[in-house]
Design a protein around this ligand. Structure first.
Ligand code: AMP
Ligand code: GLY
Length: 426
C-alpha cells in the first residue's frame, strides 16, 4: 500500500484523488491544500501548492511514496526536482521539461527545433522591436506573454491598434508581471481546437481517450473565455490518421527532443491543437492534466492510475496495457454568477447529497470550502457534476439531471455540454 500526496485544490485534483482512491495499491491519501470536497477522500494538509519547501518537508516527514502534482505553477517552479533530490517519487515533469508550458518563447523555439508543426512566430524582449514587427504582420495576429498567466496572457488582435494595446499591457503596464518579460507574436490559425493528453514515461507517449473542453462562458460558444465550462469523453474529434499524425509529428518529437536535452519528459503532456482544413498545428503545450478534461477522462480509466503513474516514472509505459471503459462521461461545470468576471464567495450550496445519491454521478469540487457541516462557494468554477453512462446522450442527460438538483444563489452553467459530440455521432 503506498502513501500518496496530491498537490492542488481544483476539480482536477479532486478527480485525481477520486481515481487514486479506487486503486488497490493506494493506502493513505493526502491533499494539499484541497477544497470543500476533498476531505472525504484524503487528509487535508494546509500547505499551498507553491510552497515547495513545505511540501517537500511534509513528503519526507510523512514518508510519502508518491506525490502527484496537479497544477502548472509548482511544476514550473521545480517541485518535482526538489522532491526527487530528496528521494521522493513525484509524478510530473521536472522544471526544465515543464518550460514547455511555463515559457512560450522556449516552447516555440523547441517546436521549431524539433520540427513540430506550429504557427509561424517571432519572440521579442523589447517593446519597440515587437511593435515594429507587429505592424508589418497581416491581421488578425496573436500576441502572447511568455510566462504563466492563468490562461489570460494570449490576446487575439483584429487590428494593429489592438496589437499595440496588447504589447502595452504585457510589456509596459506589466499586467502579467514577469510573465511579460518576453512576448511571442504569431500568425492566427483558424479551425477546430482539439486537445490530446498523453501519459509520458520519458521515452514513449500514450494518448488518453480524447476529451473536449468548452472554453466559452455561454451556450453556443458565446461570451468570454473561461477556464472551461464542461467536458465530455470520448470525443469523436480525430480519426485514426490524424491521431497517427499527432503521435508521430507532435508527441514523439517532444519525448525525443526532451530526452536529447537530458530532461526526459515524464508525467502528462497536454497538446492543444488547431485542426485546419488541411493540417494540424500545435497552439500550445501544457505540462499537466487539463481541468475539466480530467473529470471525464479518469472516470473512464479502467487500469489502476497508480500503476499508470508508476509506469511513467519507471519508464515502463510501453509494457502496461492501458484499458478504457466502453462508456461515455460528461462533466457540467457549475459556476458562480459573474464568472469569469467578479463573483460572490461564501454562498451556501444545497442539494449535493441528492445529486450524489444518483448512481454513476460524482460531484467533483473545485471552488468550494467547508464551513462546519455546510459547503459554501469559494471560487468561480465551483463544482463539476460528472456522469458516466453507456452512451454520450445518456451521460449528458444524467449529468444535467444531477446538476438540476444542486442550488445556490447565482449558480450558472452551460446547457449544451457534449452537444457537439452528439451532433458528430449522428
Ligand atoms: P494558448 O495558451 O497558446 O493555447 O492560447 C490560448 C487560446 O488562444 C487557444 O486555446 C486558442 O483559442 C487561442 N490561440 C492561441 N494561439 C492561437 C493562434 N495562433 N491562432 C488562433 N488562436 C490561437
Ligand atoms: N481545460 C484547459 C486547461 O486545463 O488548460
Amino acid at each position: 500500500m503506498i502513501r500518496i500526496l496530491v498537490v492542488g485544490s481544483g476539480g482536477r485534483e479532486h478527480a485525481l484523488l477520486w481515481a487514486l482512491r479506487h486503486c488497490p495499491e493506494a493506502g493513505e491519501l493526502y491533499i494539499a491544500p484541497g477544497n470543500g470536497g476533498t476531505d472525504s477522500l484524503a487528509q487535508t494538509v494546509p500547505l499551498a501548492a507553491d510552497d515547495l519547501a513545505g511540501l517537500t518537508d511534509f513528503a519526507c516527514r510523512e514518508a510519502i511514496d508518491l506525490v502527484v502534482v496537479g497544477p502548472e505553477v509548482p511544476l514550473a517552479l521545480g517541485l518535482v526536482d526538489r522532491l526527487q533530490q530528496e528521494g521522493v517519487a513525484a509524478f510530473g515533469p521536472v522544471a526544465a521539461a515543464a518550460q514547455l508550458e511555463g515559457s512560450k518563447v522556449f516552447s516555440k523555439q523547441f517546436m521549431v527545433e524539433n520540427g513540430i508543426p506550429t504557427a509561424a512566430h517571432r519572440a521579442f524582449d523589447a517593446y519597440e522591436a515587437a511593435w515594429e514587427y507587429a505592424q508589418t504582420q497581416p491581421l488578425p495576429l496573436v500576441v502572447k506573454a511568455t510566462g504563466l498567466a492563468a490562461g489570460k496572457g494570449v490576446i487575439i488582435c483584429q487590428t494593429h491598434d489592438e496589437a499595440r494595446a496588447a504589447l502595452d499591457s504585457i510589456m509596459r503596464a506589466r499586467d502579467f508581471g514577469a510573465a511579460g518579460d518576453e512576448v511571442v507574436i504569431e500568425e492566427f490559425l483558424s479551425g477546430q481546437e482539439v486537445s490530446v493528453l498523453a501519459f509520458c514515461d520519458g521515452t514513449v507517449a500514450v494518448p488518453m481517450v480524447l476529451a473536449q473542453d468548452h472554453k466559452a462562458a455561454y451556450d453556443g460558444d458565446r461570451g468570454p473565455n473561461t477556464g472551461g465550462m464542461g467536458a465530455y469523453a470520448p470525443a469523436p474529434l480525430l480519426d485514426d490518421a490524424q491521431l497517427g499524425f499527432v503521435r508521430q509529428r507532435v508527441l514523439q518529437p517532444v519525448l525525443d527532443g526532451m530526452a536529447a536535452r537530458g530532461t526526459p519528459y515524464k508525467g502528462v503532456l497536454y497538446a492543444g491543437l488547431m485542426l485546419g482544413e488541411q493540417d494540424i498545428h500545435v497552439l500550445e503545450f501544457n505540462c499537466r492534466f487539463g481541468d475539466p478534461e480530467t473529470q471525464v477522462i479518469l472516470p473512464l480509466l479502467e487500469t489502476s492510475l497508480v500503476q499508470v503513474m508508476q509506469a511513467c516514472l519507471n519508464g515502463t509505459l510501453a509494457q502496461l496495457p492501458i484499458v478504457w471503459k466502453d462508456a461515455s462521461a460528461v462533466c457540467v461545470v457549475l459556476a458562480a454568477g459573474g464568472y469569469p468576471g467578479s463573483y460572490r464567495k461564501g454562498v451556501l450550496i444545497t442539494g449535493l447529497a441528492e445529486a450524489e445519491a444518483l448512481s454513476e454521478v460524482t460531484v467533483f469540487h473545485a471552488g468550494t470550502r467547508r464551513e462546519d457541516d455546510q459547503v459554501v462557494t469559494a471560487g468561480g468554477r465551483v463544482l463539476g457534476v460528472t456522469a458516466v453512462a453507456d452512451d454520450l446522450a445518456s451521460a449528458q442527460q444524467l449529468a444535467y439531471r444531477a446538476a438540476g438538483m444542486i442550488r445556490w444563489q447565482d449558480m450558472r452553467y452551460r446547457h449544451d455540454i457534449a452537444a457537439k459530440g452528439l451532433a458528430r455521432e449522428v
